[in-house]
Design a protein around this ligand. Structure first.
Ligand code: SAM
Ligand code: SF4
Length: 341
């Protein structure tokens, strides 16, 4: 069976897959997870071979872009092998990754050679002490070294992603922006989402809207809304005098569901149809139907048809919208790290 395009019940063409290759991480960002968090055991997460198989199946069904994420994708053993396999699959236009940057000082060149064209690097502060407070890890310099290394290589595009929390790091809006522009990178500011229960802070109190971000930055830069889209949810602004852009990701204030073209594969093999809802389809069971364990790549082709059917069935579950309310307890109990940001 081959299908040329995946269309959901609301007529949206789905051609972008995000894959969380692990729920594990070497950081513990306060807005993402608590210090003590339980991770999935090895047999419950998809093998790299299974991930590659799902990715190739999606590509055969019309997927043009894949983003590798996590948890921290670059801490997964042999991840470069999987990246190379996926990047070199005919039909894929772009393989990108989202990373916390901790491994870029030693992996940037290999990622480029493996076929990664764009990297989003998460960085919420330029102050070492604050970095420790936000990530609970002492790796600020390692991340900065990684950014410097990556920015000297010919990636198609590098972008900084910053989650903005009122009274935690919003005084660094200008410094983070200037850092990105000076390094010839774009930067996106993200509104915090109520994914998973965290104990560090009250999300309603730290909420900072994208409009406030743009108002503040408008005092320093001449900003013009840009028509650029990168198939993600970011709305971009052109910065006068600079080649690179400022973006905002606004899951609360500017719901981006109308143009949603994405689905997500979680580390445990659930196909998640929406970040803010729990509708999902268990693809791991389909993959392992004929074997109780993760199977090698060359012996899982026999159930491609079943996998394609499962993916098509799953799309029927894609909801029209997400609803987030910071005043209520989180409705979605999975963390962003388990979802694949
Ligand atoms: N570990 C990698 C990283 O941090 O880039 C990839 C996974 S992380 C879950 C992906 C993105 O989600 C990061 O930019 C992170 O800042 C963001 N994120 C995590 N939890 C979030 C939340 N509750 N609300 C908004 N963004 C969040
Ligand atoms: Fe790890 Fe990324 Fe979550 Fe931070 S945001 S704890 S780096 S998965």
């Amino acid at each position: 069976m081959t299908t040329s395009a995946l269309i959901d019940p609301f007529g949206r063409k789905i051609d972008y897959l995000r894959i969380s290759v692990t729920d594990r991480c070497d950081f513990r960002c306060t807005y993402c997870m608590d210090e003590e968090v339980s991770f999935l055991s090895r047999e419950h997460i998809l093998s790299l071979e299974e991930i590659v198989h799902v990715a190739k199946t999606f590509i055969s069904m019309g997927t043009k872009r894949i983003r590798i994420t996590g948890g921290e994708p670059l801490v997964r053993k042999n991840i470069l092998w999987a990246i190379e396999q996926i990047a070199n699959t005919q039909g894929l236009e772009e393989l990108t990754i989202t990373t916390n940057g901790s491994q870029l000082y030693k992996m940037s060149r290999d990622l480029l050679n493996a076929g990664v064209s764009r990297i989003n690097i998460s960085l919420d502060t330029l102050k070492a002490e604050r970095f420790y407070a936000l990530t609970r890890r002492d790796k600020f310099q390692q991340v900065i070294d990684g950014i410097e290394t990556a920015s000297k290589l010919p990636f198609k595009r590098l972008k900084i992603n910053s989650v903005m929390l009122k009274n935690h790091n919003d005084d660094e809006l200008f410094d983070l922006t200037q850092f990105a522009l000076d390094h010839k990178m774009d930067i996106s500011f993200i509104e915090e989402m109520p994914l998973g229960v965290i104990t560090d802070h009250n999300r309603a109190a730290t909420y900072l809207s994208s409009d406030d971000v743009i108002d503040s930055l408008g005092k320093y830069y001449e900003l013009t809304p840009s028509t650029t889209t990168t198939s993600g949810p970011t709305r971009y602004y052109q910065v006068a005098g600079y080649e690179h852009k400022i973006g905002v990701i606004s899951p609360h204030s500017h719901n981006f569901c109308d143009t949603c073209n994405r689905v997500r594969l979680t580390a445990e093999g659930r196909l998640l149809l929406c970040l803010g809802n729990d509708h999902s389809k268990d693809l791991k069971t389909v993959l392992r139907k004929h074997s109780y364990h993760a199977t090698p790549l060359d012996s899982i082709d026999h159930n491609s048809d079943e996998l394609e059917s499962a993916i098509i069935d799953a799309l029927a579950l894609k909801p029209q919208k997400h609803y987030f309310n910071l005043e209520e307890a989180p409705q979605i109990l999975r963390f962003m790290s388990a979802t694949g940001g």
